[in-house]
Design a protein around this ligand. Structure first.
Ligand SMILES: C[S@@+](CC[C@H](N)C(=O)[O-])C[C@H]1O[C@@H](n2cnc3c(N)ncnc32)[C@H](O)[C@@H]1O
Length: 221
């Protein structure tokens, strides 16, 4: 599939796949969406309660969520284990063209981002003293974890583009992957998706969405 680099409304980069007519992030701002949905509504929901946090990301893509998460470690004195699943990794030449670090303007960002996107697949890498990353090149349909994660960043393409990733089977698997009181956050607020999540056992919270979206969803086990 051919991938094109694009600039979203907040000035941050994203990737577009014409074949699916899908962007990797909201066109209203990749950075603002990742920050809002995954960091603020996901990670920050847990940081007040615990310092050791196990995260599963569905759809590693550009690695933006991993980068923003890693940046939170020092600020909040956290210890994070981050597992990211990705079936179609981006070509390595794309990453240096993404402008996240120049916009974030945080010292050490480029170095860290490089470590994130160059870290090998299927191998746990200790990127910093308090952040370890395991990138799994595989289909989310094949994962099978039990009671392991505190947070799931569910960042698959939209249900219209990839309906097979928004099914009862997948959300049952996500539910099983979480520890009790674990949460799943997603930008998606579709009624049908919330219904499937409820059937899987999640308590559903509808939260204000990132810019350009009325709502997002947090499911709690
Ligand atoms: C909306 S993009 C998310 C991007 C990513 N979180 C980021 O910030 O760049 C969806 C991602 O899910 C990946 N994906 C699609 N189908 C998948 C599958 N069956 N299993 C795992 N990942 C998949 C895509 O390749 C893409 O990287």
């Amino acid at each position: 599939m051919e991938r094109q680099l694009v600039i979203t409304e907040d000035g941050s980069s994203s990737v577009f796949i014409a074949e699916l007519s899908e962007h990797y992030h909201s066109i209203h701002g990749a950075l603002q969406e990742s920050q809002h949905v995954f960091i603020d509504a996901g990670l920050h929901y847990k940081t007040g309660k615990q310092t050791e946090i196990n995260i599963l990301e569905v759809g590693f893509g550009t690695g933006l969520n991993a980068l923003l998460t890693c940046m939170e470690v020092e600020k909040n004195l956290l210890r994070i284990t981050y597992t990211a699943v990705e079936k179609f990794p981006l070509d390595d030449v794309i990453y240096p063209q993404l402008n996240y670090c120049s916009l974030l303007n945080i010292s050490g960002c480029d170095h860290l981002y490089k470590k994130i996107y160059l870290s090998p697949w299927q191998e746990t890498v200790h990127l910093t003293n308090h952040f370890s990353l395991l990138k799994l090149k595989m289909d989310v349909k094949e994962i099978s974890f039990a009671n392991q994660f505190d947070i799931i960043y569910f960042d698959a393409f939209a249900p219209t583009a990839q309906p097979e990733l928004w099914t009862a089977e997948i959300f049952n698997s996500m539910y099983n992957s979480l520890m009790q009181e674990g949460i799943l956050v997603t930008y998606c607020a579709k009624g049908e998706v919330k219904r499937i999540m409820r059937s899987a056992g999640f308590k559903i919270e509808a939260l204000p969405g990132a810019k350009g979206k009325r709502e997002m969803t947090r499911g709690i086990k």
